[in-house]
Design a protein around this ligand. Structure first.
Ligand SMILES: CC(C)(COP(=O)(O)OP(=O)(O)OC[C@H]1O[C@@H](n2cnc3c(N)ncnc32)[C@H](O)[C@@H]1OP(=O)(O)O)[C@@H](O)C(=O)NCCC(=O)NCCS
Length: 201
């Protein structure tokens, strides 16, 4: 399936940019709590588990996309967050302190990782996961032109491997090459054996 051919098999509202980032912080935090719950229930050891505050921050900074179903309930989520190089080493752009760091020139975005992808169980299989992965990568490429966009998937996460490898057609890259390309080792400190996918240009 080509990326262009991905059509949602059910209606969802896709909230991103201003329709998400301008919501009151309390609303974003509520979304963050819902998404953290989904990641806890469905992501298990396949995903990193950001706090609701970090998820709300990603929504506020236009680093995330939220999908709701026709009842307005959270159906899916993804974020595409830059990795920053800082004097203390690499870190993800995930807090108000990082905004200060970037604005003062103390940190620089070097690549973007699509992550925290999750679709609520009853809504899975409707192309929502692929659609969110694709949209978030395209958005990251517009906001951070020239930066590589990647996704890290644990090797036993067959659904997600299928999404990135087969439905979105992102090629796999080896850890050494990724380190050379990205300037950091994105698997450092991450234990489960995993595959790195690189979004094609
Ligand atoms: C990965 C995830 C986001 C996919 O969401 P989704 O909305 O179902 O995604 P899509 O509908 O676009 O595609 C899912 C595909 O995986 C396939 N699939 C589902 N379970 C599978 C399995 N166990 N093995 C192989 N393929 C599987 C589906 O058949 C579908 O492919 P198809 O359209 O070719 O039939 C969802 O499974 C999820 O939330 N998983 C838990 C959280 C997680 O692991 N996130 C990924 C972190 S990298």
């Amino acid at each position: 399936m080509t990326v262009e051919a991905i059509q949602l098999r059910k209606p969802f509202d896709i909230l991103r940019n201003g329709s998400l980032s301008t919501q009151p912080y309390e609303a974003l935090l509520q979304h963050g709590i819902a998404v953290a719950g989904l990641l806890q229930a469905l992501g298990g050891k396949h995903t990193f588990h950001p706090t609701p505050e970090a998820l709300a921050f990603a929504m506020q900074k236009n680093h995330a996309i939220l999908a709701t179903d026709t009842d307005g309930l959270v159906a899916g989520f993804v974020k595409a967050v830059p990795w920053l190089t800082t004097p203390k080493g690499p870190k993800m752009f995930e807090s108000p302190e990082d905004v200060v760091l970037v604005e003062s020139g103390g940190a620089k975005p070097i690549c973007v990782e699509v992550g925290s992808l999750v679709v609520e169980k009853d809504n899975q299989g409707n192309n929502l996961g692929s659609h969110l992965g694709n949209l978030s990568a395209q958005h990251a490429k517009e906001v951070y032109p020239g930066l590589p966009v990647i996704a890290v998937v644990t090797n036993d996460n067959t659904a997600s491997l299928h999404v990135f490898g087969k439905k979105l057609n992102w090629p796999e890259i080896q850890r050494d090459y990724a380190q050379e390309l990205l300037g950091i080792d994105v698997l450092d400190g991450w234990e489960p054996p995993s595959t790195i996918f690189l979004c094609p240009n």
